[in-house]
Write a protein that binds this ligand. Structure first.
Ligand SMILES: *[C@@H]1O[C@H](CO)[C@@H](O)[C@H](O)[C@H]1NC(C)=O
Ligand SMILES: *[C@@H]1O[C@H](CO)[C@@H](O)[C@H](O)[C@H]1NC(C)=O
Ligand SMILES: *[C@@H]1O[C@H](CO)[C@@H](O)[C@H](O)[C@H]1NC(C)=O
Ligand SMILES: *[C@@H]1O[C@H](CO)[C@@H](O)[C@H](O)[C@H]1NC(C)=O
Ligand SMILES: *[C@@H]1O[C@H](CO)[C@@H](O)[C@H](O)[C@H]1NC(C)=O
Ligand SMILES: *[C@@H]1O[C@H](CO)[C@@H](O)[C@H](O)[C@H]1NC(C)=O
Ligand SMILES: *[C@@H]1O[C@H](CO)[C@@H](O)[C@H](O)[C@H]1NC(C)=O
Ligand SMILES: *[C@@H]1O[C@H](CO)[C@@H](O)[C@H](O)[C@H]1NC(C)=O
Length: 644
């Protein structure tokens, strides 16, 4: 039964369609829990404007960041979709989900763990999955973990069925199953693409909810497929990135003294027609430089296309009155090498494969609306500016940047909703809203296992206890830590929460001199170059961890994603402020035993002098004392690195 008061509130909301839900309910006794919009992007590394890449045209994500806290040092627990997603959706590391490939369902294979959306569902939320959230197939019981995680049937865009179809135009007019795949929407099956269909569905879901007679908060998870390969996107996005402006990766050669076990031979690329035709040498390549540029161009274009879909969903929060009572998180599921180290794709322990974007908007905490008419999430139509962009060398040149305030149907190939206003505004009026700068920025170490406990605490749900060792029988626990205290610390320290000018980036604040500790001295001793005094006084996690399995010590056909039964070696990696240290050791897939003494290789990269990880110093004798110290810390693992 609906209470009279609620009924009146609802009518009020109906009449004054502009009013936000939270305002409508501000008078009710029990404060409603915030909604959650959970956005996960497939294969997205932090190649975004707000992560300091001004070449990238990602105004919608940048605008989100300008109202959010951006975590600059976020690491995933295994750099491939299935294992990474099951890890952050259960807040357990791969050694606890026991999913290193795509071929087991944790509830029957490891333990009956509660998932992030399930926790919200069991706390009274409507939970909806759109696109790729769980890894589809066996890893989520071919049902995206239904019925446990979702109230409604998960939505998958029908055009994802053409993922491997020959639809990419070649120069000679034929069609191929290519990596580089700018397309005309009109020539696509159903005249659409998966992420357009997903964003349309999410927009409609939000519209329906705003009109529904319900007080239930929602947890809407939207998983976009791009920039995962194939890099298939509407052709217009390519115009944002003239090939003359694309550069090769900074270090696109094989690292010095890198052990072969660390190498990913980018087999997933070699299967595609356009790469196949290049006859790239197995396993090391390299890919011809002209094609490297094309792939980088299309990765950027696919990222801008994804940004547009994110913008559509964010602006639907705005137009349906949810922008002031919805927590938004935005993550990539793992990184991607764009030619760094002479390799491509994920499937490794290099930072480019493991580090991801992570942005979190909490209304009232990271941003508070100054007045009720303010649009927190306007839609930025980057394509409207595509022609002038090639001339724009400097984002300061506001006058040549045009935006529209609403998204336009034809440009995005949508067939429903929002036919109306397509108002091109002059750059002077709108461009200042597009800031690259995040509102708050944390350079503290964060892992994606932290996401679940953070969202639970931020939304006021039951918090997650720390998992005991071997937590296979524990349904609800975390192998991460809630970031809420860190967020409170960082956002609470800004004096002006209204103007957005007082951004505190602790990475730029003066630091106390590095402690004269032995690790620092040892590092200096074993590096070829002087390490500048930037060592940080971390009070959060002291290290972050990731792992990757291999079937053999040398690259072979199944190196990038071995099935569980074929895994013989596990690489364990640890990043501290100064070091990236890895051990590749024996692993028994029958009983999941790690043999630390059965060592295949060690890697050590000195982050201060070698941030691109091109010089493995672990094999240099003068670094042995340091390596021994780091080895001890690695074996202690993530429990030894938790914030005190
Ligand atoms: C697993 O957990 C779910 C709820 O979290 C429960 O409904 C189900 O019965 C459990 N399955 C087993 C085999 O314990
Ligand atoms: C997985 O799906 C199958 C087929 O729908 C179903 O019979 C089985 O109960 C599911 N497993 C769990 C743990 O729910
Ligand atoms: C929105 O509501 C309409 C009418 O009830 C329904 O047909 C449609 O499936 C709903 N769409 C979504 C995305 O929930
Ligand atoms: C938005 O929500 C915050 C926190 O709930 C509240 O303090 C503020 O008044 C709201 N602002 C508007 C403009 O609705
Ligand atoms: C562009 O906008 C910024 C922010 O409002 C302003 O500081 C700058 O002067 C503008 N640049 C030009 C060339 O107008
Ligand atoms: C944040 O943490 C630092 C270091 O622990 C502390 O000095 C500072 O007072 C904290 N700030 C807030 C607002 O909690
Ligand atoms: C640094 O190396 C030198 C010789 O290479 C050695 O004498 C010295 O003890 C080393 N210092 C540390 C802190 O290990
Ligand atoms: C796992 O199996 C290996 C090989 O049979 C054996 O050496 C090891 O002791 C086993 N470990 C455990 C914990 O049972």
């Amino acid at each position: 039964m609906m209470h009279l008061k609620d009924f009146l509130v609802l009518c009020f909301v109906c009449i004054c369609g502009l009013l936000s839900l939270s305002e409508g309910q501000s008078g009710s006794e029990s404060k409603q829990r915030p909604n959650v919009l959970f956005i996960v992007i497939d294969d997205l590394r932090p190649t975004l404007g707000c992560y300091g890449e001004p070449l990238l045209r990602t105004p919608n994500v940048d605008n989100l960041a300008s109202k959010s806290i951006l975590f600059d040092q976020t690491f995933v627990q295994q750099a491939v979709c299935g294992p990474s997603r099951i890890s952050f959706l259960t807040s357990r590391r791969p050694d606890t989900t026991r999913l290193y490939d795509f071929y087991s369902y944790w509830r029957v294979h490891a333990g009956n763990y509660t998932t992030l959306p399930q926790h919200f569902k069991e706390s009274g939320y409507i939970t909806q999955s759109v696109g790729k959230v769980f890894h589809p197939g066996i890893a989520s019981n071919r049902s995206d973990d239904s019925p446990y995680s979702w109230t409604n049937t998960p939505y998958h865009p029908p055009t994802q069925a053409y993922k491997n179809s020959k639809v990419c135009p070649n120069r000679d007019g034929t069609l191929g199953m290519n990596i580089v795949c700018p397309v005309d929407l009109d020539e696509m099956p159903e005249k659409s693409l998966p992420d357009i269909q997903s964003s349309d569905f999410a927009v409609e879901f939000l519209k329906n909810l705003s009109q529904a007679e319900t007080n239930q908060p929602f947890f809407l998870a939207v998983g976009f497929h791009k920039p995962h390969i194939p890099l298939k996107y509407p052709r217009a996005y390519k115009n944002l990135y003239p090939i003359s402006e694309i550069k090769l990766a900074k270090y696109h050669t094989y690292p010095w003294r890198m052990p072969l076990v660390a190498w990913n031979p980018f087999i997933d690329l070699r299967d595609r027609d356009d790469v196949k035709n290049l006859n790239v040498n197995f396993p090391f390549g390299p890919v011809p430089e002209s094609f490297q540029l094309l792939m980088r161009q299309s990765y950027y274009a696919a990222t801008s296309y994804m940004d547009a879909q994110v913008g559509k969903v964010l602006s639907a929060l705005e137009t349906n009155g949810f922008s002031n009572n919805t927590i938004v998180t935005f993550i990539g599921d793992h990184g991607w090498s764009l030619g760094e180290h002479q390799t491509w794709s994920k499937y490794s322990l290099f930072e480019v494969a493991v580090r991801v974007p992570f942005i979190m908007y909490i209304p009232g905490v990271t941003y508070t609306k100054t007045n009720k008419d303010e649009k927190v999430f306007p839609y930025f139509n980057i394509l409207k500016a595509s022609k002038s962009f090639s001339a724009v060398k400097n984002v300061e040149d506001n006058s040549s940047i045009l935006f529209t305030s609403e998204y336009s149907t034809p440009l995005h190939g949508t067939t429903n909703t929002n036919q109306g206003k397509v108002t091109a505004l002059s750059g002077k009026e709108v461009a200042p809203n597009w800031q690259f700068e995040p509102r708050y920025k944390s350079s503290d170490f964060v892992e994606l296992v932290d996401l679940f406990p953070t969202l639970a605490e931020a939304a006021g749900l039951p918090t997650l206890p720390l998992c005991p060792p071997n937590p296979f029988k524990t349904r609800l626990c975390t192998e991460g830590v809630s970031l809420v205290p860190l967020i409170k610390n960082i956002t609470g320290s800004a004096t002006d929460t209204k103007t957005g000018v007082n951004v505190e980036d602790r990475s730029t604040l003066p630091k106390s001199a590095p402690k004269d500790n032995s690790a620092f001295l040892l590092a200096r001793n074993c590096s070829d170059v002087f390490i500048p005094a930037t060592s940080k006084d971390f009070h959060w996690k002291s290290a972050v961890f990731s792992q990757y399995p291999r079937p053999a010590a040398v690259p072979q056909h199944n190196t990038e994603l071995p099935h569980l039964a074929d895994i013989r070696i596990m690489g364990y990696s640890m990043w501290t402020p100064e070091f990236h240290y890895t051990e590749w050791v024996g692993f028994n897939p029958k009983n999941y035993t790690i043999f630390w003494d059965d060592e295949y290789a060690r890697e050590l990269y000195l982050r201060s002098t070698d941030p691109y990880e091109i010089n493995n110093v672990a094999v240099l004798e003068r670094c042995f004392p340091l390596v021994e110290m780091l080895s001890e810390q690695l074996h202690q693992g993530w429990r030894g690195a938790l914030p005190k």
